[in-house]
Design a protein around this ligand. Structure first.
Ligand SMILES: *Cc1c(COP(=O)(O)O)cnc(C)c1O
Length: 344
């Protein structure tokens, strides 16, 4: 029986067109910048995001850590929301690889940190005790499936430039954010000095992320990528599906948002399900279960019994992620299964 995959958009498998493109890709040695397919991907991305240059990297994690390494020196301080991927899901890499201190902030007004919250945490002026505040990292879209408005990003960018800090955007789901905000991805990218996004999530490529910034930043990032062991040779075989991710993958991405909204709408009619419709902005739906004798762990187990895959609940509840692996019918099947569990 086919499993229904609601765990993550990282689970997406490459399409037939992507596999064909991998087979046919023209390749060369990318460490020597001679892979024509990688060069084409990087040029496409830089143009699309309105940045001078771009660099293909093995993962989103790698892109973030490469950016941190370029923007900082050991002992510098990086300001970041405590809920972000860099803090929660990168295995302490910023300490290990760049020797920086993360100054984490709990977002209080929204899912993201605001300029007002960052301002009092900046180390301004020379003091023998202080690390140097050097970098602010933002995420868009956010891990709870919501997005950060452009105006809020612009305020952070303004604050950073007043005080000589750089801004890096972890845009793993940048194209989802652009859809939700109804803007071009370049309008979001314009609010940061560097930005990375994943080709491998909702866009469907099997591997890879792209890091973008000024030509000078990308030259340094290429060196840093080498230091990190991320110089890859005939990697056009992976850039080729990335190019399809940027065309076909982006073109169909709205379907995932429509399916997430469909799921949320169906679940609002199921007694015992608690969800905040306003937070369903991209391809994720989080729910809590509030029915006597029923639990979130119990629901996850029940769904597994029906071949429906989800991760165990976290603080925000159980997460369901839509992707090209999931159809509107799958969403209806999921909603019906949740109703069955809560009524059983
Ligand atoms: C998925 C993700 C990444 C990168 O993940 P990789 O698995 O390393 O590609 C980075 N940031 C956020 C917010 C993510 O969701």
């Amino acid at each position: 029986m086919r499993k229904l995959e609601f765990r993550s958009d990282t689970m997406t498998r490459p399409t037939t067109a992507m596999r064909q493109a991998m087979f046919e890709a023209e390749v060369g040695d990318d460490v020597c910048e001679e892979d024509p397919t990688v060069n084409k991907l990087q040029e496409m991305v830089a143009a699309r995001l309105g940045k001078e240059a771009a660099l293909f990297v093995p993962s989103g994690h790698f892109g973030n850590q490469c950016a941190i390494g370029v923007h900082t020196h050991p002992g510098d301080e990086v300001i970041v929301s405590e809920m972000t991927h860099v803090v929660e899901h990168e295995a302490g890499a910023s300490g290990v690889l760049s020797g920086v201190q993360l100054r984490t902030i709990e977002p209080r007004h929204a899912s993201y940190i605001t300029a007002d919250e960052i301002m009092p945490r900046l180390r301004i002026g020379e003091d023998v005790h202080f690390p140097r505040s050097r970098l602010i990292i933002l995420e868009n879209a956010l891990s709870d499936g919501t997005v950060m408005p452009i105006a809020a990003m612009a305020e952070v960018k303004e604050l950073a430039s007043q005080h000589g800090l750089a801004v890096h955007l972890d845009g793993a789901r940048l194209f989802n954010a652009a859809l939700a905000l109804d803007v071009e991805p370049r309008s979001i990218a314009a609010q940061s000095d560097s930005v990375s996004f994943c080709l491998s999530k909702g866009l469907g490529a099997p591997v890879g992320s792209v890091l973008c910034g000024t030509a000078n930043f990308i030259d340094r990032a290429r060196k840093r990528r080498k230091v990190m062991g991320g110089g890859m040779r005939q990697v056009g075989v992976l850039a080729a599906p990335g190019i399809i991710a940027l065309t076909d993958g982006v073109r169909r991405l709205h379907e995932d948002h429509e399916n997430a909204r469909l799921l949320a709408k169906l679940l609002t009619r199921v007694p015992g399900v608690v969800l905040d419709l306003r937070k369903v902005q991209t391809n994720m739906v989080y729910i809590h279960v509030e029915t006597q004798g029923k639990s979130e762990d119990g629901l996850v187990e029940f769904l597994a019994g029906r071949g429906i895959l989800t991760y165990p609940p976290i603080m925000w509840g159980i997460r369901f992620v839509t992707s090209h692996e999931v159809t509107a019918d799958d969403v209806r099947t999921l909603a019906a299964a949740i109703a069955d569990y809560l009524e059983s």
